[in-house]
Design a protein. Structure first.
Length: 425
């Protein structure tokens, strides 16, 4: 079995990056043994130990990291971190490309030690944080092994991560990004807009590249569509609420629904599972619908799955300001839950295209609360008669099975390592 070095900054018990966890889980089925380098778990505000069950076939080497977040406690309250986002963003301004740059020398040193003891055959870095790609590039140069750089978000292309950057800082990031994409052996991205943007930054036509989409793990949904029917029509949102992702449109839609048919309220509830701000609670209170919202905060992945399976319909939003490259990972887990999806997202977004491709729901513009109210009312009446009209495209959904995506990564790795002439050190 070949060995793949994976640079994974946000490694469990740090929650959030399920993509890498599932690669680690399924790559051994494709003759690749994951060897993971990750920092010691400190400054964690999305703690999730439930993901550890997927990591039993991997070796994990922990390192220090000169990360400002590591100066805090080992675990942080998610709501506290959310309240101080502005201050954290201010600190981040002093680091290029991000505040994880202090991990790079430790990751490189660990990789060299691992390589001397038991050489690996290829390197896989995934970002953000984009410092992971720099670590991968240094390791590639030192051990002469092929490097795949994976983009879960855009780096210097317009997005909320670099909103507010000075032109100098943005150009510096673009230059570093260009260096990475020119020297990597392969570039992968979660969607086409990110990959197309990289072609304008320095991605060579001769460099291998491909889309490895986000996805869902069917084994995470053992009770899919077999749970007892809830006595309430349940709308679920699982994910963080941010400056650009707010509950305004859902709260306004629900208020509109109450104006039309007050009697529906006693049979409807809305669950919000994820990091939120006090402003989100204020919105619900101001609109007079807070009694129908259940804000549960950050939850472990297994508890999120329970909410998705329990829900009647699923809702999510992406702000127009987030740019054309954003493809939130939560919508792919929604696909796995096989429930109707209401997407308050820009029509040009990859998420909107995904909903259309898989026939898993309806797309509305982010501020269309009247249209959202109409859809909720229609689905409620269908639920009452136990006849919700939901016919997803099974063939389209299959493309987003995490097992298949891991197999595609393994195929790329097999090709890159087909000619093994690299020297050991």
């Amino acid at each position: 079995m070949k060995r793949l070095l994976i640079l994974n900054y946000y490694h469990p018990p740090q929650g959030g990056v399920h993509r890498i966890v599932k690669f680690i889980k399924y790559l051994p089925d494709n003759n690749w043994q994951p060897v993971v380098i990750a920092p010691y778990p400190r400054g964690i505000y999305r703690y999730d130990d439930s993901l550890s069950k997927d990591l039993q076939q991997s070796q994990v080497f922990r390192t220090p990291s000169l990360d400002p977040m590591h100066l805090s406690f080992s675990r942080l309250d998610p709501q506290t971190v959310s309240r101080h986002r502005g201050f954290i963003g201010f600190i981040n301004n002093f680091f290029i490309p991000d505040n994880k740059i202090g991990w790079v020398p430790f990751a490189v040193q660990a990789a060299l030690k691992i390589f001397r003891q038991n050489p690996f055959d290829a390197i896989f870095s995934s970002a953000p944080p984009f410092s992971s790609h720099l670590a991968g590039l240094f390791i590639k140069r030192l051990v002469d092994r092929p490097l795949i750089c994976d983009f879960r978000d855009a780096w210097s292309q317009p997005n909320t991560l670099n909103r507010g950057y000075s032109s100098f800082r943005l150009q510096l990031n673009r230059n570093i990004e260009g260096l990475v994409v020119k020297q990597a052996d392969m570039i992968t991205a979660i969607n086409a807009p990110i990959l197309e943007g990289l072609q304008n930054i320095g991605l060579k036509k001769s460099t291998a590249n491909g889309i490895l989409p986000q996805g869902f793990d069917p084994l995470d949904f053992p009770l899919n569509n077999t749970r007892p029917r809830s006595d309430k029509f349940t709308i679920a949102y699982t994910g963080s609420l941010t400056k650009y992702r707010r509950i305004d449109v859902l709260a306004r839609a629900f208020r509109e629904l109450l104006k039309r048919k007050q009697h529906l309220a006693q049979n409807i509830r809305i669950i919000v599972a994820g990091v939120y701000k006090s402003e989100d609670l204020k919105i619900a209170r101001h609109l007079g619908v807070s009694d129908y919202f259940e804000f549960r905060g950050h939850l472990a992945h297994n508890r999120v799955i329970e909410i998705l399976e329990e829900a009647t319909i699923l809702w999510f939003t992406i702000g127009r300001e987030e740019g054309p490259t954003v493809s939130t990972s939560k919508v792919y887990e929604y696909l796995g839950a096989r429930k109707p999806i209401l997407a308050s997202v820009p029509s040009f977004s990859p998420a909107a295209q995904l909903i259309s491709e898989t026939s898993t729901g309806t797309v509305l513009e982010p501020d269309d609360y009247l249209g959202l109210a109409d859809l909720i009312e229609r689905l409620f009446h269908q639920w009452q008669t136990n006849r919700i009209d939901f016919r997803p495209d099974a063939k389209a959904l299959q493309k987003y099975d995490r097992r298949l995506i891991a197999r595609q990564l393994a195929v790329h790795l097999d090709r890159l390592t087909a000619e093994d002439g690299a020297p050991n050190i």
